[in-house]
Design a protein around this ligand. Structure first.
Ligand code: BG6
Length: 463
């Protein structure tokens, strides 16, 4: 008999990844160059001006952890953990190498056929991000990326190819990743986007996402569409009304994207933001109607930390003031499990749509001990505390949450720093920051722990 204080049956426990952070094989089987392929050291901070791949520079994402060739072995490990769900993204350039081809690259599709079939064979539900921080480099060079409306059609063509191929196999889709955090590079191929360019590009993304949802629902009845947002909890530094108002403004700034895509219109407060930033969105006839009709079915987000702001804080998703009540990770991110319960409640109060935690985890340096094992109790502690708070949100606050996919369930290349040593996984991959290593997979202590968590549907979180 189901107890009141349990996660619901069918809760999707799993792990999350993105194509360029782990597939490798960056130029195999006809794959074209992605905007993320040209980031030296993988970090999105350093963008080469001429967009060239240099022979003597190391690009960690080019080899990734070689999932392209090891997917069977890796999926076997996910199955052994008992995962019910696996979040992955599709590399646009495996399917359309430059984005403008008439016909898709069959070899690229075959790779994803194999991965998706392997997941399904192992009872693991795929959750697919259509574009995770990436699109064909050619679309930056030819059109300036998402600032050009033509990308809407190219994205819709790409999405249609995926829906045709994976209808009946994939139910859960995400149109984009962390839309509230991808300013600049992942939209137009440079960090120096002025506000007008940024918001205009974002408008094109809103329309592309809505049209993909329309088409997805038509082609795949019962499919569920979301978009992913980076949603730290945001707190005022003090009870000074100016700090509180600043925290509210910061929240609006980060929920703006979700507001448009979930409610189907630009929120009232955006008028003032646009006025201040001198932004005028150019819309075509019919855009407002498209936004209104094709909104998100569920809301997904990454949760790693909370952010504290005071009246003078510059609003930045990864910045904020120190919070004296919280410890931080080795990379300086405040650790705040209760913030996850807070955000789950906040989002449901605001949107009344099902939620899904599609990223959460701890980036840490893992060392082998004298027995050649990784005893990552710190990771277990971090995850257990977050899952405990998610459980309170689900069981006590009655928030409908579809699942939890832990970020980087197998070690992969860090997005923000391009490092391998910032590890998240339950599975260690033998590879260092310079690309040395055998790629051997080793289970960490957290592997067995997560297996138990899944087997007891979140009941047993003990070490
Ligand atoms: C999210 C991204 O921002 O956070 C992932 O969707 C990313 O791609 C993850 O890897 C963790 O960030 P990082 O910088 O530690 O890899």
């Amino acid at each position: 008999m189901k107890k009141d204080k349990q996660f619901p049956e069918g809760f999707l426990w799993g792990g999350a990844t993105s194509a360029y952070q782990f597939e490798g094989a960056w130029n195999e089987d006809g794959k074209g160059v992605n905007i993320v392929d040209i980031l030296p050291h993988g970090s999105r901070e350093a963008v080469p001006k001429d967009h060239k791949i240099l022979p003597d520079v190391f690009y960690p994402s080019h080899g990734g952890i070689d999932f392209y060739h090891t997917y069977k072995e890796d999926i076997r490990l996910f199955k052994e953990m008992g995962m019910k769900c696996f979040r992955m993204s599709i590399a646009w350039t495996r399917i359309y190498p430059t984005g403008v081809e008439e016909e898709p690259n069959e070899k690229g599709l075959q790779f994803y056929d194999n991965v998706i079939d392997e997941l399904l064979k192992n009872g693991i539900e795929p959750l697919i991000t259509i574009s995770h921080d990436e699109f064909p480099l050619h679309l930056v060079e030819a059109y300036g990326g998402w600032r050009n409306r033509i990308l809407i059609d190219l994205y819709v063509k790409y999405a249609k190819t995926l829906f045709e191929r994976y209808k009946g196999k994939v139910k859960y889709w995400l149109t984009f990743n962390e839309l509230n955090a991808v300013r600049g590079y992942s939209m137009i191929g440079t960090h120096s986007a002025d506000d007008q360019t940024h918001y205009q590009a974002m408008h094109h993304i809103f329309i592309a996402s809505a049209l993909a949802i329309k088409m997805g629902h038509e082609m795949m009845p019962g499919s569920m569409f979301g978009t992913m947002y980076a949603l730290s909890a945001i707190y005022p530094a003090t009870c000074h009304p100016d700090d509180i108002f600043k925290a509210m403004s910061a929240r609006r700034q980060s929920l703006f994207f979700c507001d448009v895509m979930t409610r189907g219109y630009y929120p009232n407060y955006s008028e003032e933001i646009f006025k201040e930033k001198k932004v005028v969105i150019k819309k075509e006839v019919g855009d407002d109607e498209i936004l209104k009709q094709y909104t998100l079915d569920y809301i997904t987000f990454s949760y790693y930390r909370s952010t504290t702001v005071s009246q003078n804080t510059k609003i930045d998703i990864m910045g904020g003031d120190p919070n004296p009540y919280l410890e931080t990770t080795p990379w300086g991110w405040p650790i705040d499990p209760k913030g996850l319960r807070y955000v789950l409640n906040e989002l449901y109060d605001r949107y009344q749509k099902p939620l899904f935690v599609v990223e959460n985890g701890l980036g840490a340096v893992d060392e082998f001990d004298e027995n050649n094992e990784i005893n990552d109790n710190y990771r277990i502690q971090y995850l257990a505390n977050h899952i405990e708070e998610m459980k309170k949100a689900v069981c006590i606050d009655k928030i409908p949450c579809l699942g939890y996919t832990m970020w980087g369930c197998i070690d992969l290349v860090s997005l923000s720093t391009g490092e391998m040593k910032k590890r998240y996984g339950f599975v260690h991959v033998d590879m260092d920051d310079k690309g040395n290593g055998t790629l051997k997979r080793t289970k960490k202590k957290s592997f067995g722990w997560y297996k138990k968590v899944i087997a007891t549907c979140g009941e047993d979180l003990s070490l």
